[in-house]
Ligand binder design. Sequence first.
Ligand SMILES: [Fe+2]
Ligand SMILES: [Fe+2]
Length: 202
Amino acid sequence: MTDANGIISAMNLSERRMRHTFGVAECAKELAKAHFPALDLKAVELAALMHDFTKEYSIERQLELCMQYNIELTEEEKANTKLIHSKTAAMLASHLFSLPSDACSAIYWHTTGKPAMSPFEIVIYLADYIEDFRDDAGCVKLREFYNKAMKKELDKTTALHKTLVKSFDTTIKYLIAEEKTINHATIEARNYYINQLNAIKF
Ligand SMILES: [Fe+2]
Ligand SMILES: [Fe+2]
């Protein structure tokens, strides 16, 4: 497994995305400490640094990587090519930087989320949404929602699951407003975490 400097020196991202990337690294470590103290913070940091590694690659380069690593694209990814960077970044994390499989999986699912995410997948997914530098309205609202929920809820897992549901709702509403397709993993994730919350009530 590489170290942070190995990834940072290979990174070729705009200043804004670099800031976001470092923000995700800080936020993911904080989320790990608050909710999943058994997670390896070094690996969390490396996954966060890698998560948008290919986001600014051209679509041609993304598709070349898909060919090279036999990445199959879903209909949603073909329709919304922004989603592909999660898969190509996960492949490079594994093949170029030898990140462990749980870190690569967290990179792979960071855009859509999925049902029953692992602790590693949750901290990268959520940090990508609520890190301090994200300033679009949906992200700011979700960050405030999480901070309030952590103060209000007695159970930190409930606060976390409510925030995950809110994140999927925000994404789904945005995609509807933009007349874009909704990735099935996001819908399944939303249903899964709604059920987790409802199960607590019984
Ligand atoms: Fe991303
Ligand atoms: Fe990101």
